[in-house]
Design a protein around this ligand. Structure first.
Ligand code: CTP
Length: 411
């Protein structure tokens, strides 16, 4: 099943009696590792207070579409982009109808229009309202649009009726929400991801390294696992928690990383080199801490092996994806890297500017291969990683299909 660790969930609460369960739902989502922001409709505030949901989520509740204060902080568009997934629970019959129509007359409906994140609704209403053909048609058209419908459950209702229309229990809703992140695009594929910087020792306490935080590589490893892949993450020294369901191998230097990669490369179908590997290392490592005796000193460096190029050059190389962090001429530099290292795809990003790149939580990427370029716009690294994994999986499967066809022709 998918995981909610580090996921940003936007919870929409609409006006039904089941709204009282939303506080427990927020708690369950947070316990599973998610960050939750709540958006309430006016009607929802008749059933549960803003203050309760603010207290359990840890953030102010968002209520109004045209709120100058909110627009100065997190505007409705930013909120729509922020979300990794939108869950509306409870979703009333009226809200489902408005969602089908694509209304933009309140904050929640507008967010649902403005997001490209996966969306789920958990209907809750009287059983007769649920069974009404209008509601059933609305649910069908949402389903066709890719909106997941969670429930409703059956049983006795607040109005005294018995039948379908109960909001699912918060624990089950949290579990289903985690499932939104499970895509299956890499089912049965073994993926290796390298991440973080490397540390090239000068002496026992000093070394050469860089500003890579490892966030992008870790997010890609997580997204690949959610895609159904078996994932091996070879990680340089970072201060991140190893992702769930990923085999993490910690390494220190570029040579360690090279060895760890090649020790396992026979098992790999897809290699994604995200690590910012040091190009050079000191020729020798001083066995003791160096003392400052002279006014100047020279550090002689020697080239490290290029891990990505070495993987791409293997006789039965996996599908290889490399990263390029550039300060200018992004596409040209990426194309050069694609050919120089003979890899399948380059993910290029601009560094050194105001946004994205090393250490930031957001990034944008230009994906360059022999067929053309694709841009992934600025987004949270977790979101970007999922879009990237989708792109890579399409390219990976397309290449395998072509190779299978060629093999079949040769036979
Ligand atoms: N890489 C690698 N082994 C190295 C160096 C880089 O596997 N010794 C991989 C990185 O993981 C990344 C890509 O190669 O996927 C980055 O390419 P690289 O040529 O190292 O980038 P720069 O060092 O920025 O290149 P340049 O020489 O253009 O400065």
């Amino acid at each position: 099943m998918g995981s909610l660790v580090n996921k940003r969930i936007l919870l929409g609460v609409t006006g039904g009696i089941a709204a009282y369960k939303s506080a427990d739902l927020v708690r369950r989502l947070r316990e599973a590792g998610a960050e939750v922001r709540v958006v309430m409709t006016d009607a929802a505030t008749e059933f549960i207070t803003e203050l309760t949901l603010q207290a359990v989520s840890g953030y102010p509740v968002h209520r109004h579409l045209l709120d100058p204060e909110a627009e100065a902080g997190m505007s409705h568009i930013e909120l729509a982009r922020w979300a990794d997934a939108i869950l509306v629970a409870p979703a009333t019959a009226d809200f489902l109808a408005r969602l089908v129509q694509g209304r933009g007359d309140d904050l929640l409906a507008t967010l649902c229009l403005a997001t490209s994140a996966p969306m789920a609704v958990a209907p809750a209403m009287n059983q007769q309202m649920w069974r009404h053909p209008a509601t059933q048609q609305n649910v069908d058209s949402l389903r066709h649009r890719g909106v997941q419908i969670f429930g409703p459950g059956e049983g006795s209702q607040a109005c005294g009726d018995v039948g379908p229309g109960r909001l699912l229990e918060p624990a089950e809703l949290a579990q289903l929400t985690a499932g939104l992140f499970q895509t299956g695009v890499l089912d049965g594929v073994t993926v290796m991801v390298t991440a973080g910087p490397t540390w090239e020792a000068i002496d026992p306490v000093r070394g050469l390294t860089n500003k890579s935080s490892g966030k992008m590589g870790y997010a890609i490893a997580t997204a690949a696992a959610e895609g159904g892949a078996r994932v091996i993450l070879i990680s340089g020294p970072v201060s991140l928690t190893p992702p769930d369901r990923v085999e993490t191998v910690p390494v220190v230097s570029a040579q360690d990383m090279f060895d760890a990669v090649h020790a396992r490369i026979d098992q790999i179908d897809l290699y994604i080199g995200v690590a910012a590997v040091a190009d050079y290392r000191p020729v020798s490592v001083a066995p003791h801490k160096l003392k400052k005796t002279a006014d100047s000193m020279n550090l002689e460096l020697v080239r490290n092996p290029d891990i990505l190029a070495s993987v791409a050059a293997l006789p039965s190389a996996p599908f290889t994806v490399g990263f390029a962090a550039e300060t200018n001429d992004l596409e040209m530099a990426a194309r050069h890297k694609l050919e120089a290292k003979r890899i399948d795809l380059v993910c290029a990003n601009l560094v050194g500017g105001d946004e994205g790149g090393f250490g930031a939580d957001e990034n944008r990427l230009l994906l360059v291969d022999r067929e053309g370029t694709t841009e992934l716009p600025l987004a949270a690294k977790s979101r970007l990683a999922r879009d990237l994994i989708h792109h890579i999986s399409r390219k990976f499967h397309a290449k395998n299909r072509t190779q299978d066809t060629r093999r079949a022709h040769r036979r």
